[in-house]
Design a protein around this ligand. Structure first.
Ligand code: GTP
Ligand code: MG
Length: 438
């Protein structure tokens, strides 16, 4: 049994997916997302097992009868691993593994594994390692309790060493040693990450003068594709979940005179493991500091509404549930379900429909973003010396000049300008500036 949970990797393994549904709800395919997740991790799905349960069995999550059925299917399909869509306690995992004799993973462990294989930068790697240690460690250690009875069994634990031959309870001793090692590693990781985070937060704060947009959304919604289309950023895009684990920031000019910073972030998913959200907090800092969140929605996904809800709840968890947000309905070029786009447009009347791939709707998106960047329009009367040409150029670039009147040495201008640009105009020191109507 100790072999079962040395690694949580399921690449190329034959997997049975299990969803235990507590409610009677059966409106959507509850295993669709787990299927995508498991495939992303590289597993070959050999069977899917959806079961309605009336209550959670504390020992095995599923009732005993259902668990036995599962064991039979494991044998029939020669499966290597069972992945639950539910989160299981360490005890439930142990009991299930004893019963069906192959590795059992829960949803969070699967997500953590995908993150581990995707992490490329030092920061992402440290963040994932920390989340994994915090989530998985107690679960792995529970598996070692059996070592009590196989004293001196040698090898086979995640840390690779086992206590001396013949000593009583090497499992317990090993547990103690590993607990200390893991505790030390967690402290180290936290220290390293704090340093990187501080640098990163300084970097983000350093951009405070500029208007910042952060792309957020469910994994695979098309955030990186949009960033690439808008800015030629060359960000990794792939039809798999969690393609992006790092944020990338680029300049974007949605209209003449309007320059904004736009960042990509990691994708969200339903029930993102709490430890991951905590570890990735610095990466998500881009979202917290953004002037505008652009929420990308994959309208071709039949589950789009639930995905929107999941994203909103992660946003609330990281503390930006109240930030100004623009919803963008992406992938309109491939929406299949009749009425889906119309339904979402009715629910979110301000949403902009686009295709990041074909470019459809991007002009409208630029317009809406520019309007948010500029803020509500105000009517101004500005007077400036004729030698200070910058004031006129600024108004021409950012606003709309309604009337110009040339006096002796000055010019009197009536213009419309976005409220957010008043500060920029003031920096050019016009002789007089009066807001006539706001
Ligand atoms: N047909 C179509 N496909 C799109 C569109 N936008 C994105 N895609 C595809 O959707 C898949 C996911 O796109 P990404 O840009 O990687 O999605 P993401 O939101 O960055 O995903 P994560 O980084 O995993 O969170 C890719 O295969 C894209 O080519 C679109 O407007 N139309
Ligand atoms: Mg991406």
């Amino acid at each position: 049994m100790e072999k079962l949970r040395q690694t949580l990797r399921i690449r190329k393994e034959r997997a049975i997916l299990v969803a235990a549904l507590l409610s009677a709800r059966s409106d959507s395919d509850d295993l669709a997302e787990l299927t995508a997740l498991a495939e992303s991790a590289g597993a070959v799905i050999v069977d899917r097992f959806q079961q309605k349960i009336r209550k959670i069995n504390p020992a095995t999550y599923l009732g005993k009868g259902k668990a036995h059925q599962l064991a039979q299917r494991v044998r029939r399909f020669k499966a290597d691993v069972v992945v639950f869509d539910n989160d299981l306690s360490p005890n439930q995992i142990r009991e299930l593994e004893e019963l069906i004799n192959i590795k059992v993973l829960d949803r969070s462990e699967l997500i953590l594994d995908i993150f581990a294989t995707r992490a490329k930068t030092k920061q992402a790697k440290l963040q994932v390692e920390l989340a994994q240690l915090e989530y998985t460690y107690p679960r792995l250690t529970r598996m070692w309790s059996h070592l009590d009875s196989v004293a001196g069994a040698g090898g086979g634990t995640a840390a690779g060493t086992v206590g001396g031959i013949g000593t009583r309870g090497p499992g317990e001793q090993q547990l103690e040693i590993d607990r200390r090692l893991v505790g030390k590693r967690i402290t180290e990781l936290k220290r390293e990450l704090t340093n990187i985070d501080k640098r990163r937060i300084r970097e983000i704060k350093g951009r405070s003068g500029l208007f910042k947009i952060c792309l957020v959304g469910y994994t695979n919604a098309g955030k990186s594709t949009l960033l690439n289309t808008l800015t030629d950023a060359g960000v990794f895009v792939e039809d798999r979940l969690f393609a992006t684990l790092d944020t990338r920031t680029r300049k974007w000019t949605p209209a003449r005179g309007a320059e904004v910073l736009i960042s990509d972030t990691i994708g969200f998913v339903k029930n993102l493991p709490h430890q991951l959200v905590a570890s990735f907090r610095a990466t998500l800092e881009e979202a917290v500091n953004a002037d505008l969140l652009v929420h990308i929605i994959d309208v071709s996904n039949p589950d789009a509404l639930n995905q929107i809800e999941s994203v909103d709840s992660v946003l609330a968890e990281i503390g930006c549930g109240q930030n100004p947000t623009l919803k963008v309905l992406n992938k309109v070029d491939i929406v299949k379900k009749v009425g889906q786009l119309e339904m979402l447009q009715t629910l979110f009347v301000d949403a902009v429909a686009i295709s990041a791939k074909t470019g459809l709707g991007l002009d409208r998106l630029s317009e809406v973003v520019t309007a948010k960047y500029r803020g509500d329009e105000v009517l101004l009367r500005v007077s400036s010396s004729q030698s200070n040409g910058k004031v006129q150029s600024f108004l021409r670039a950012h606003g709309q000049i309604l009337n110009e009147q040339y006096l002796d040495s000055s010019v009197l201008i009536d213009a419309k300008l976005g409220r957010n640009q008043l500060a920029g105009l003031k920096r050019l020191h016009p002789d007089n500036l009066e807001v006539i109507q706001s």
